[in-house]
Ligand binder design. Sequence first.
Ligand SMILES: O=c1[nH]c(=O)c2ncn([C@@H]3O[C@H](COP(=O)(O)OP(=O)(O)OP(=O)(O)O)[C@@H](O)[C@H]3O)c2[nH]1
Ligand SMILES: [Mg+2]
Length: 209
Amino acid sequence: MESQQSSGAAGEGPIELTFITGNKKKLEEFLSIMEGTELATHYKVTNKEVNLDELQGDAEFIAKRKVKEAAKHVSTPAITEDVSLCFNALKGLPGPYIKCFLDKLGRQGLHNLLAAYEDKTAYAQCIYAYCESPDSEPQLFVGKCEGTIVAPRGENMFGWDPIFQPKGYDTTFAEMDLEEKNKISHRGKALEQFKAFLEAKANKRVKSE
Ligand SMILES: O=c1[nH]c(=O)c2ncn([C@@H]3O[C@H](COP(=O)(O)OP(=O)(O)OP(=O)(O)O)[C@@H](O)[C@H]3O)c2[nH]1
Ligand SMILES: [Mg+2]
């Protein structure tokens, strides 16, 4: 049996997890990637919005501290997600501070940040963090998507999607349908690894039954 706080013992139904985020778009993409997979039979994921402190530091440090803090607010293992948008000409900034930059400057303002630079390349990074309990060591699953920062195109009401054109494509994330974005996105790639981890966990439980 897994040592989760309130997840059922072997044979007692799905393993409960809580995805702590206040971002409905993140949740929507997470659910659309998880839907229809085997995992749906093994896990029950609920969402909780908790205002968590996000410390300064590198993305991995922030993700670990955030999920550990999140685990204190729920009675199941906690999942959190952190997204960075890193401009290569700016040595990786705004990085994990993208939310604040986006709120203050808007999409056009973010694009303008690179006006003085020839290099418009960037990468989006998503870190899923999993923490079994407040005393456990968090585990991270990192996905990256390379691309270019362009003038805003397309509208899907999600953050910086209209200014991010993934490498090898002539459309921005905002001009793609969700299925297409999920196949190549930072989030899709992080979730591939996280899904493999959850599958292994579920299989271990089935074997121990
Ligand atoms: O266009 C986008 N396409 C994406 O695929 C994407 N994923 C995240 N974001 C935005 O990047 C910032 C990350 O900050 P963030 O990770 O702290 O998220 P958040 O504070 O909104 O939620 P959470 O921390 O409660 O989970 C926030 O502004 C998010 O809206 C995206 N924008
Ligand atoms: Mg946040």
